[in-house]
Design a protein around this ligand. Structure first.
Ligand code: HSE
Length: 301
């Protein structure tokens, strides 16, 4: 049996749409075991009732891709998923399932695929690299694709960075959150985001939090997604007043994530209260950035 611990992730980080992502210290556990029987999938934890137990399960789909590529045919599989990452909330739950399935199946089939090959497969399954790259590699990852191949650069998260997440009690599918985006944007909005993305990466490397409030602004996706998340703009304003250095949608939302150095308790309570004023109940958590990506334990030996 192989056990894989995969971190949650926050994608986009404001302006870095489909490009920037960071791993967080919150984990899903995915176990995969080759058996002589049929496919058996057990799920525990957040959203367990909503996760398919058949061949439509994303951990299974990812694992089956690896087995097919390797020409490996397990008779049966037992998959267990312990889901601690809130489901369909913008914290990389599907990326964790994909990465867990790929990494686990690679070990079962003889560990022949490289990290790069696994990353390319993960991006192919997810459609964009900004969650799967930090889920696999840890840290903050800048990633892009070139001729179908993922190119990435990893940055260590600033040591003092703390993230307050407010997770609404409703799900938002990435598909829907992408459907509201325009097909094209103006040159001025493109320049707005290019400048801020470059500034954000530089500020994170230099650990200069004073630039984050400007550097985490965005005009490519958040303005269009705001209507899907009641109270979003008010929570942004209130969190900044409470001392958050920057605040953004986490991935496609609906979770909001505030980057802080201190004041995390105040920021958390203000985000909860302000969401509540718009009728949205949230769970708040303070999470640290995670320099480490997926970790696998081979229990077959
Ligand atoms: N970059 C993606 C988006 C992340 O914003 O749609 C979703 O997981």
């Amino acid at each position: 049996m192989v056990r894989v611990q995969v971190p949650a992730t926050t994608a986009n980080m404001g302006p870095g749409f489909d490009t920037l992502g960071m791993a967080l210290k919150l984990y899903n556990i995915i176990e995969i075991e080759e058996t002589s029987g049929d496919l058996v999938i057990d799920v525990e934890g957040d959203g367990a009732d909503l996760i398919p137990r058949d061949q439509g399960n994303i951990v299974y789909i990812a694992a089956a891709r690896v087995f097919k590529l390797r020409g490996y045919s397990p008779a049966g599989l037992r998959i267990k998923i312990i889901n601690n990452i809130p489901l369909a909330r913008g914290l990389g739950s599907s990326a964790s399932a994909i990465v867990g399935g790929l990494v686990g199946a690679n070990i079962i089939s003889g560990s022949q695929l490289s990290e790069k090959e696994l990353l390319n497969m993960a991006v192919d399954l997810e459609g964009h690299p900004d969650n799967v790259a930090p889920a696999l590699l840890g840290g903050i990852v800048v990633s892009t694709t070139d001729d179908g191949e993922v190119k990435y650069c990893k940055i260590d998260p600033p040591v003092k960075l703390k993230c307050v997440v407010a997770v609404p009690d409703f799900q938002l599918s990435t598909k829907l959150a992408r459907e509201v985006l325009p097909q094209s944007i103006s040159i001025s909005d493109a320049v707005f985001n290019i400048g801020r993305t470059a500034m954000l990466v530089t500020a994170l490397i230099k650990q200069d939090f004073s630039l984050l409030s400007t550097a985490m602004e965005d005009r490519i996706h958040q303005p269009y997604r705001a209507n899907l998340i009641p109270g979003m703009k008010k929570v942004f304003a209130a969190a900044r007043l409470a001392g958050a250095r920057g605040i953004t949608l986490s991935g496609a939302g609906p979770t909001l994530i505030a980057f802080c150095d201190d004041n995390t308790n105040l920021v958390a309570s203000v985000m909860k209260k302000t969401f509540g004023e718009s009728g949205i109940r949230v769970r708040v958590m303070t999470l640290e950035p995670n320099p480490v990506g997926a970790v696998a334990f081979n229990l077959m030996k």
